[in-house]
Design a protein around this ligand. Structure first.
Ligand code: F0G
Length: 346
């Protein structure tokens, strides 16, 4: 008997699933909500990190993918398709392997982290690199699916948000209440919308008596919601959120406005400095896009003593190139004890 059955079994009554739906799960969800002592001290609030990089394929996408793929199989679909900055493609590839169906993924050539590309390929997806960005990929996917028997598993598939809202449930179930504020990276804007859905549902059901302020963080070079206009050529080191025309734009605005939160931009410099700070102060290795949530927190005044959740959406191992570009290349020395001792200052 498994102790954690995945998000569909755990939150079945909150999801559009019935007994006949074949559940395709890899045991996603149930991720740690870790207290961050040094970050808490720095900002004067109780800060918790939701470690979504510990999902089966290393990102929050698995929560949505278990739903999207289960429903696709229920509906008799044999091919799923998505555009992706990397994590959705890795997750789609894994759940398609589990379901023994085809996965086709469109990725922006040269702009996806190496670990994500490796995952999609090793899980056996059909990977197409396009000479264009995520937004162009998503447009192609939508057009293809209009005229061909393909199930789109981007977050425009409503089952994706249904699955992803379970992360908000987990936070509340663990804290015993909603946090006062939540910071989350924003790319295509599905995840912030999914969390907001989850908090609202728990609120309506009387499980919580208040909802958190929702703070979304975009990369400064890919901040269409902050600017109020599509960004035709988005650019950022945080390739996961290198998106100029988010599909869930309106839903994200609703989350912001109904919660009394904000959507802000963080520069690549701020993102990378939060990325290193998380590793050195809290021993969490997340990917650059995930650190955007902490970059946002670090420049937002929060109520002293309040509770704050930062969602760390993906694992640092996904993007080894950015990781090693941010640190000193290690010295190479000979194999004598003297040389090693000297190199470490003994
Ligand atoms: N963090 C990571 C690590 C992501 O991979 C993404 C999105 C986001 C944050 C933003 O979430 O799009 O719901 O606002 N990645 C998508 C992908 C676009 O294709 O993997 P969002």
């Amino acid at each position: 008997k498994v102790t954690w059955p995945g998000v569909i079994e755990r939150y079945r009554s909150w999801l559009p699933i019935d007994r006949s739906t074949p559940v395709v799960t890899l045991g996603e969800g149930g991720t740690p909500l870790r207290f961050a002592p040094r970050l808490s001290e720095r900002v004067g609030a109780n800060v918790y990190l939701k470690l979504e990089g510990l999902n089966p394929t290393g990102s929050f996408k698995d929560r949505g993918m278990t739903m999207a793929v289960s429903k696709a199989v229920e509906e008799g679909s044999v091919t799923i398709i998505c555009a992706s900055t990397g994590n959705t493609s890795a997750s789609a590839a894994a759940y398609a392997a589990a379901a023994r169906i085809r996965a086709v993924v469109l990725i922006p050539s040269g702009h996806i982290a190496l670990g994500k590309l490796a995952q999609a390929l090793v899980y056996g997806a059909e990977v197409i690199q396009i000479e264009g960005n995520f937004d162009e990929g998503l447009r192609l996917v939508r057009e293809l699916a209009e005229t061909h028997p393909l199930t789109v598993v981007n977050s425009i598939n409503p089952y994706r948000l249904q699955g992803q809202k379970t992360a908000a449930f987990e936070i509340v179930d663990e804290l015993g209440s909603a946090p006062d504020a939540q910071f989350i990276p924003v790319g295509n804007a599905g995840n912030i919308s999914a969390y907001w859905l989850g908090y609202q549902e728990y609120h309506k059901a009387g499980i919580i008596d208040r909802v958190p302020r929702m703070y979304g963080v975009q990369a400064a070079g890919a901040a269409p919601i902050v600017k109020g206009a599509v960004v035709p050529e988005p650019e950022t080191v945080a390739t996961a959120i290198r998106i100029g025309n988010p599909a869930s734009w309106t839903l994200a605005l609703r989350a912001r406005d109904e919660s009394g939160g904000a959507i802000m931009a963080a520069t690549d410099e701020e993102i990378l400095s939060a990325y290193i700070l998380l590793a050195r102060d809290e021993a969490v290795f997340c990917e650059p896009a995930s650190a955007a949530s902490v970059a946002g927190l670090l420049k937002t005044p929060v109520v002293p003593g309040s509770s704050v959740v930062c969602v760390l959406t993906g694992n640092g191992l996904k993007d080894p190139d950015t990781a090693v570009s941010q640190v000193q290349v290690p010295k190479v020395v000979g194999t004598s004890m003297k040389e090693v001792a000297k190199a470490i200052g003994l």
